[in-house]
Design a protein around this ligand. Structure first.
Ligand code: ATP
Ligand code: MG
Length: 334
C-alpha cells in the first residue's frame, strides 16, 4: 500500500441515530485517501446522557479541543445543548453553510454554488440579553467591532483561499442604522485588505428575494447571526434535501464539521440514511486542514455518484443502502 502523507488527529463523535451510520460510511471513505488520520472516538448526545449522566462529558470536550478537527454525526433531543456547549468551549465564531447544486437533486437551478458565512457569537442570539419587562419581553442585539471584523475577515480570506471573486455583505443598515451601519462600515474597511475581491452589500430582505431570483450570482455571503440562520435554511431549500447539506463551525480552539440533518429516529437503525451530507462535511474538513487535493477528489466522487444516479438512497429516489453509497464512492475514488 501507498505511504500516506500528512497526519491528523480527528475527534470522531458519531452521536445518536443515523449519526453513527453516516459516520461509519464517511470514515470508510476517508480511509481511501492518501492522508493518515488518527481517529479518536468520543461520545455525546442522548445515548451518552443515558449512559454517563451527561450529554457532553468533559472527556469528549477534551478530545475535541485537542484534535486538529472534529467530525460530528448527530445528537437527538440533546442536540441543542451539546452544540451550544461545544460552541462556547471552542469559541466557534463562524458557521459555514455551503449552498451548492448537485445533479439529480431538487435544486432550483444547476449553477448554484455559494457559501454562507454566519457570525455565531453575538447579534440577537445571546440568551442572557433577553429579558422580561412589565409589558412583555425584550431582546438586545449586540454588534461589536471585534466579532464583526473577525467574521468579515474570515469571509474574505475564505474567498481568497477558494478562488471566489466576490463577497456580499448582508445587513439591514437602512433601519438598524447604528448596529448594521457599523457592520456595513466594517465590511468595506476589511474589504480594502482584499483589493482583488469584488465587494457588494445588500439588505437582508432583498437578499432573501435575490436568493430565489438570481441564486447563481452569489459566491460568498457574510452576515450577522440571525440573518445568517434564516438565509442558511433558505439556501438549504434552494438545493433541496437534508441528506445532502453539510456545515462547519470554525473556532479559536478548533473546528467541527457536521451534517445539517439530525438523528432521524424514523429511519435510524435501518441502514438507509443518505451519508452524503456527512461525507460533504468531511470534504469541508479536508479543505479546512489545507488538504484541497483530497477534498476535491472526494467532492468529485460524490458529484459523479450523483450524476450517474445509479446508487442513491431513498431520500433521492433510489433504493441503495448507506453502505452501498459508501462502497460506490470507494470504487469511484480508486
Ligand atoms: P432530530 O430530533 O435528531 O433533529 P429529526 O426527526 O428532526 O431528528 P432530522 O434528522 O432533522 O430528523 O430529519 C428530518 C427528516 O428528514 C426525517 O424524516 C429524516 O428521516 C429525513 N432525513 C434526515 N437526514 C436524512 C438522511 N441523511 N438520509 C435520509 N433521510 C434523512
Ligand atoms: Mg431535527
Amino acid at each position: 500500500s501507498k505511504t500516506k502523507e500528512n497526519k491528523y488527529t480527528i475527534a470522531v463523535v458519531p452521536g445518536d441515530g443515523i449519526g453513527t451510520e453516516v459516520m461509519d460510511a464517511t470514515i470508510s471513505v476517508l480511509n481511501e485517501l492518501d492522508i493518515e488520520f488518527n481517529y479518536i472516538y468520543a461520545e455525546a448526545g442522548d445515548a451518552c446522557l443515558e449512559k454517563t449522566g451527561s450529554a457532553l462529558p468533559q472527556e469528549t470536550l477534551d478530545i475535541v479541543r485537542d484534535a486538529d478537527a472534529c467530525l460530528f454525526g448527530a445528537a437527538g433531543e440533546t442536540a441543542a445543548d451539546v452544540i451550544v456547549k461545544l460552541r462556547q468551549e471552542m469559541k466557534m465564531f463562524a458557521n459555514l453553510r455551503p449552498v451548492k447544486a448537485y445533479p439529480n437533486t431538487n435544486s432550483l437551478s444547476e449553477d448554484i454554488d455559494f457559501m454562507i458565512v454566519r457570525e455565531n457569537t453575538e447579534g440577537l442570539y445571546i440568551a442572557d440579553k433577553e429579558e422580561f419587562t412589565d409589558d412583555g419581553a425584550t431582546a438586545k442585539r449586540v454588534i461589536t467591532r471585534e466579532a464583526e471584523e473577525r467574521i468579515i475577515d474570515y469571509a474574505f480570506q475564505y474567498a481568497k483561499d477558494n478562488n471566489k471573486s466576490k463577497v456580499t455583505g448582508v445587513h439591514k443598515a437602512n433601519v438598524l442604522k447604528k448596529s448594521d451601519g457599523l457592520f456595513k462600515e466594517i465590511f468595506y474597511e476589511v474589504g480594502e485588505r482584499y483589493p482583488d475581491i469584488e465587494k457588494e452589500d445588500f439588505y437582508v430582505d432583498a437578499t432573501a428575494m435575490y436568493l430565489i431570483t438570481q441564486p447563481e450570482s452569489f459566491e460568498v455571503i457574510v452576515t450577522t447571526n440571525l440573518f445568517g440562520d434564516i438565509l442558511s435554511d433558505e439556501g438549504a431549500g434552494l438545493v433541496g434535501g437534508l441528506g445532502l447539506i453539510p456545515s462547519a463551525n470554525i473556532g479559536n480552539y478548533g473546528a467541527l464539521f457536521e451534517p445539517v440533518h439530525g438523528s432521524a429516529p424514523d429511519i435510524a437503525g435501518k441502514g438507509i440514511a443518505n451519508p452524503i451530507a456527512m461525507m460533504l462535511s468531511a470534504v469541508m474538513m479536508l479543505r479546512y486542514l489545507g488538504e484541497s487535493e483530497s477534498a476535491q477528489k472526494l467532492d468529485n466522487a460524490i458529484l459523479k455518484l450523483l450524476t450517474e444516479a445509479k446508487v442513491l438512497t431513498g431520500d433521492l429516489g433510489g433504493n441503495a443502502t448507506t453502505n452501498d453509497v459508501a462502497n460506490e464512492i470507494i470504487k469511484l475514488l480508486r
